[in-house]
Design a protein around this ligand. Structure first.
Ligand SMILES: [Zn+2]
Length: 115
């Protein structure tokens, strides 16, 4: 028998999420972050112009969780806002990394408490 057997296509597991998937994640993350912030900037407490700011460079993340972002006052292009400070100053970046560690630490503690 000389039966023709098509070679099965290699199954590629999609590791990177699509832009659409990322978008959906961001909507949830945004809602969770807003919930955590209670509507105030997570650095200075201002209720003005809150933006969901990444606490680490986006390309470092495979997936953005609520622990990787903070609600900060903006707009990020305006000097003097917390979002601008975090995005454009070394000091702000350091602070953001510290805050991110704190969020993850809290999550770990929650997991221990929940059993
Ligand atoms: Zn602020």
């Amino acid at each position: 028998m000389n039966e023709w057997r098509p070679v099965p296509k290699p199954v590629h597991k999609r590791v990177k999420k699509t832009a659409k998937q990322r978008g959906q994640i961001m909507a949830e993350v945004y809602a969770d972050a807003l919930d955590r912030s209670q509507g105030y900037c997570e650095r200075c407490g201002s209720p003005q112009w809150l933006e969901c700011a990444h606490l680490v460079r986006r390309w470092k993340l495979d997936e953005t969780t609520v622990n990787d972002v903070a609600m900060l006052c903006g707009p990020s292009v305006n000097t003097g806002t917390c979002h601008n400070w975090v995005d454009y100053t070394a000091e702000g970046r350091k602070w953001a990394e510290g805050l991110r560690n704190e969020f993850w630490q809290r999550e770990r503690e929650r997991m221990i408490t929940d059993g």
